[in-house]
Ligand binder design. Sequence first.
Ligand SMILES: [Zn+2]
Length: 122
Amino acid sequence: MKTGSIISYILAAIFIVLSFLFILGSFSPDGSPSWLVIGIIGLILGFALIFAGVRLAAKAKDLAATYTLNVDLPGNVQLDTVTCKACGSPLDSSDVKIINGAPMVECHSCGTTYQLTEEPKW
Ligand SMILES: [Zn+2]
């Protein structure tokens, strides 16, 4: 997804530079007026590619956001009714941290940490 948008940006830059040269050339004595038309079409294509690149980047961002949401959701559900074993204060998803790749719950009141895999014993 990211590579796709980078390629469109590079193509857009090439299109815009070439179109600019065509437009400049159409005003020079050696140039032909039809180059102006080619240049304008090239510019439009270049901006269309930038637009496509932005769309691709936004799509990639959406996918990343969805992924984060999927990770957060099980934590939210599991911790809904969980309270701290040491002090009894309710724990929520903001207390969940990933430590060494394992999901850990750190109580915001007393600082006790639990591993999420121990959750059924609570
Ligand atoms: Zn606690």
